[in-house]
Write a protein that binds this ligand. Structure first.
Ligand code: F6R
Length: 248
């Protein structure tokens, strides 16, 4: 299968297209394993999946999910955790077999995060790996919280967020207050992501245009983690016109 690029008119259409891809994955494999992202990009995807469920067009009762990342020190009960984000947008609305997120609540140091990451990867291995993985992309080309680097990350591990990522997320979720964004996180590694059977990358808006061009057509390098997706045989990019604007 060759990699595919789907250019949508707007963010809403990205949601419709990607929710349809994920819903179809449950028709072909009812017990499939999904990898999921947080952030602004996937919100319309989750909204559309909820619509499908309401209309009785989606059954996730046998689906297991694994999220990409979590902020260090955050977790259940913390409104700013990715755990609560996922419950608000998806998990409290659609019944799944099981939802896993990286456990970073009690880990604020990198070595504690790394230990937790090893346990997370063991659970992913136990269920047989991820069938279909949803990823967003950072303005710096990061995937999950794999920031630009000289090396390719392997499994789930503690990471130090860049100023750029903390700045971007502060603008989107914390009224620009960078101090509200933790400095560390626990993130699936690039090698784990690349082991998924299928990857769907979503991006909207002009701020993502350079990252999308580098991901699709730039050199394959961990300095732009998204460019490593060029090594994978089954990736679908679902982007809007603005995010695709530098690719023409
Ligand atoms: C979030 C994640 C991040 C985001 C990326 C884009 O779980 O893994 O890589 O996908 O930072 O964020 P948004 O969608 O907010 O632009």
């Amino acid at each position: 299968m060759r990699n595919q690029i789907i250019v949508c008119e707007n963010h809403q259409e990205i949601g419709d297209v990607v929710a349809t891809i994920f819903a179809e994955s449950t028709t072909t494999k009812p017990n499939c394993v999904w990898g999921l992202a947080t952030g602004a990009s996937p919100i319309p995807v989750y909204k559309k999946l909820c619509d499908f469920y309401e209309a009785e067009d989606l059954d996730c009762s046998q689906v297991t999910t694994f999220n990409l990342d979590e902020y260090a020190g955050r977790g259940p009960g913390d409104p700013d955790s990715y755990y609560e984000f996922m419950h608000q947008h998806l998990f409290d609305k659609i019944p799944f077999k099981k939802n896993y997120l990286p456990d970073a609540k009690h880990s604020t140091e990198l070595d504690e995060l790394n230990e937790s990451g090893i346990r997370y990867d063991a659970i992913i291995d136990k269920v047989g790996g991820i069938d279909i993985m949803l990823v967003g992309i950072g303005t710096n080309g990061h995937i999950a919280f794999n920031e630009p680097s000289d090396i390719i990350s392997k499994g789930t591990q503690g990471v130090i967020l860049t100023e750029q990522t903390r700045h971007d997320n502060a603008l989107k979720f914390y009224d620009g207050n960078i101090d509200a964004v933790p400095k560390y996180a626990l993130s699936m590694g690039m090698m784990s992501i690349l082991q998924s059977n299928k990857i769907v990358l979503i991006a909207n808006g002009p701020a993502k245009a350079l990252a999308i061009r580098n991901a699709l057509y730039g050199p394959i390098t961990p300095k732009c983690p998204a460019s490593l997706l060029q090594l994978h045989p089954n990736v679908t990019f679902v982007v809007d016109e603005a995010a695709y604007s530098l690719c023409k």
